[in-house]
Write a protein of this length. Structure first.
Lengths: 468, 206
């Protein structure tokens, strides 16, 4: 009998083209997603070497990081952003790569549109020059971020040189309590295992609480695997997955669909498969969570307080905590629910899907954004925006005083005009709270969409359960 | 890509853990379509104040360390985004090797693709090397990749591990794509086999 294998092992084994003498594998890539920030140097490299794109039919390009989220028919004011997008457009024409234009409804954040278009499918390998490619693992695909040299490598060869990762299992039992979401779950997990907890591993998420998540929630969890140090997160595909994929534009159809689903059912990890590391968590312990520092592992329940560095025994960690509190402008012992905020950002590849907007709108409905707070809602794609408008979510947000914007990465990383100014504090549904991430000197508290909406209304970080 | 054989250079200490790629090169400098020119913004927020003036207390603004080609830091160096702009910025500044107790995966890979050698050594050894850097120009370290050793100013040699294939590429300044294309026939054969197994996978056309 064959040794029991994990989901990761199975996808890996099916994609090894050849193994080099030192154990490095040449791994075949089924889907390559390309965006404007990490591709220009790769395509320039191809051009200089006289190489072509080996499989344009497995490649798709979209501009997402730089686009303004105000009216884009006016064009892009910022010359460098415009140059990156124009370079991408020239490159896709030259190399014959399929491209979703900026003014197309299907345009959006690459990690939102891959699944949305049915491009991201179970059992496939997916790469993109962006670390949050881990998102697509929610569909049972082996998906991870790569650097620009690797983008060039995939374009030229449709393969990657890869070392097999270790297997890590995160099993979440129980059910998430009222007022919490997949975001609170993944923040709690990162707080537990740390930002290097998954380094060298591919994380498979399993257990009752994961099974109970809808696809949007699963994508939120897999998205932040990279914040836990893992390059990829995986969830075994099940009926929820199949129902969600069926009928999407690039999903298999008819007889091909039936064959695909039959293969996908066999992907789940075998009983007795080996994991190098196992972490267990009871979902009922998860509370609405916020970050207080400048690393995603600096989390606490909203009912808690800013921790005191004096209580940290390790001097290096203590110094890091002190630096974080100084940057964040916080004092030890301060109640988290009393921290005033200036800006609220709802969006990003972590929480820019329709379900996320619904969760935020449920809190915003019939309420008003606190005076002096700027609150932005940025849908993850043009189609998310349209679907939200069809449900009237835009009206709810606008009436409550939120800005309803065009899709893109926006204030997640502040490459377009949506930025924090120095010292401004945000409650953000994005994934990184690093120093300056949302603009130089900006201070970020990561939260769920519902918590972000609640913060906008209260004008401070606040416990969403008070709004339920 | 430039070969990496031996390097004798000033090393700069950066005694911080979890140095993320936003810290190495903030996102607002990623709007370039070239690989060069990013060195001026390496560690931008640490190096310059709000008005763009150098912060004299930051190590890379201090005389001997301006010439540093080696950087020494603590755990989980390079965590965060996959931006290759991080190694490009280091390289453009002149850094050819980074020594730390651990690195984030993507950053670690990206270093090799750009001729930068990331060296993993235990925390206590890193502390010792960091002490050496205090000697400034008198505390140069030598890295001999062929022999896999870091040589301290005292002459003491410290062994490090490195993947043999990566070592070979770095020593010879070879690019991975050329190496992979040597396997063209295997790739084509795989494509035929895989295409039959996953015949349900749609081609992308718009
Ligand atoms: S939304 Fe943020 S994390 Fe996601 S791809 Fe865009 S910039 Fe990266």
């Amino acid at each position: 009998m064959q040794t029991p294998r994990t989901l990761y092992d199975k996808i890996w084994d099916a994609h090894v083209v050849t193994t080099l003498p030192d154990g490095t594998a040449l791994l075949y890539i089924d889907r390559h997603l390309v965006h404007e920030v990490t591709s220009p140097q790769a395509l320039e490299g191809l051009r200089v070497a006289g190489r072509r794109v080996r499989r344009p039919d497995l490649t798709i390009a979209v501009a997402d990081h730089n686009g303004p989220t105000s009216d884009r028919r006016r064009g892009i004011d910022e010359p460098e952003s415009r140059l990156q997008i124009e370079t991408l457009e020239a490159n896709v024409r030259e190399f014959g790569v399929p491209y979703i234009p900026l003014l197309d409804d299907r345009q959006g954040i690459v990690h939102i549109i891959g699944p949305e278009q049915g491009l991201s499918l179970p059992g496939t390998t997916i790469v993109c020059g962006d670390s949050h490619t881990s998102t697509h693992g929610a569909l049972g695909a082996l998906a991870f971020g790569i650097g620009t040299s690797e983008v060039e490598h995939v374009l030229a060869t449709q393969t990657l040189l890869q070392k097999r990762a270790k297997n890590m299992l995160i099993e979440v039992s129980g059910r998430l309590p009222l007022g919490t979401s997949a975001k609170d779950l993944v923040l709690t997990l990162i707080g537990k295992i740390g930002t290097a907890g998954g380094t060298g591993h591919v994380i498979e998420y399993a257990g009752e609480a994961i099974r109970a998540l809808d696809m949007a929630g699963r994508m939120t969890v897999c998205n932040m695997s990279i914040e836990a140090g893992a390059r990829a997160g995986l969830i075994a595909p099940d009926e929820t997955t199949f129902a969600w994929i069926e009928g999407r534009p690039f999903a298999p159809k008819g007889e091909a669909w039936r064959r695909a689903v039959a293969q996908w059912r066999a992907l789940a990890s075998d009983p007795g498969a080996h994991y190098d590391k196992v972490v267990r968590l009871d979902a009922s312990e998860v509370a609405p969570t916020v970050t207080w520092g400048t690393t995603p592992e600096a989390v606490a329940p909203i009912t808690g307080t800013v921790p005191d560095p004096a209580e940290e025994p390790d001097p290096a960690r203590r110094a890091q905590m002190e630096r974080m509190l100084a940057y964040m402008g916080l004092k030890p012992g301060q109640k988290l629910a009393e921290i005033p905020i200036d800006v609220v950002f709802i969006g990003s590849c972590t929480n820019g899907r329709l379900e996320d907007l619904r969760a935020a709108a449920a809190i915003a409905r019939g309420r008003k954004v606190k005076e002096g707070v700027r609150a932005l809602v940025v849908p993850g794609s043009g189609l998310v925006k349209k679907a939200a408008e069809a449900e009237g979510l835009d009206r709810i947000f606008i009436e409550a005083g939120f800005e309803w914007r065009e899709p893109g990465c926006s204030m997640c990383l502040g490459m377009n005009p949506d930025k924090l100014t120095p010292g401004q504090r945000s409650a953000s549904t994005s994934n990184r709270n690093f120093e300056g991430r949302q603009g130089p000197g900006g201070r970020t508290h990561l939260v769920s969409p519902a918590m972000a909406a609640a913060a906008a209304i209260a004008g401070r970080l606040t416990d969403v359960r008070e709004f339920l | 890509m430039e070969k990496f054989t031996t390097l004798t250079a000033i090393a700069a200490p950066l005694p911080m853990a979890n140095v993320d790629t936003d810290k190495i090169i903030p996102a607002r400098f990623l709007k370039t379509i070239r690989r060069s020119g990013l060195g001026a913004h390496l560690f931008d927020a640490l190096r310059y104040d709000g008005e763009g003036r150098e912060r004299p207390d930051f190590v890379l603004n201090q005389p001997p360390y301006r010439e540093a080609k080696i950087l020494i830091a603590y755990e989980n160096f390079g965590c965060g985004s996959s931006r290759e702009h991080a190694p490009w910025a280091l390289l453009d500044f002149g850094i050819r090797a980074v020594i730390a107790p651990s690195f984030a995966d993507i950053f670690y890979n990206n270093c090799f693709k750009n001729g930068i050698l990331p060296i993993t050594l235990p925390r206590d050894v890193v502390e010792t090397l960091m002490e050496d850097t205090r000697l400034g120009a008198n505390g140069k370290l030598t890295i001999d990749l062929e022999r896999q050793v870091v040589i301290r100013p005292s002459g003491e040699e410290i062994h490090f591990d490195i993947d043999p294939f990566r070592k070979y590429l770095l020593l010879n300044g070879l690019d991975d794509i050329g190496q992979t294309l040597l396997h063209e026939r295997e790739i084509a054969a795989y494509e035929t086999r895989h295409g039959a197994e996953m015949d349900w996978l749609p081609r992308i056309t718009l």
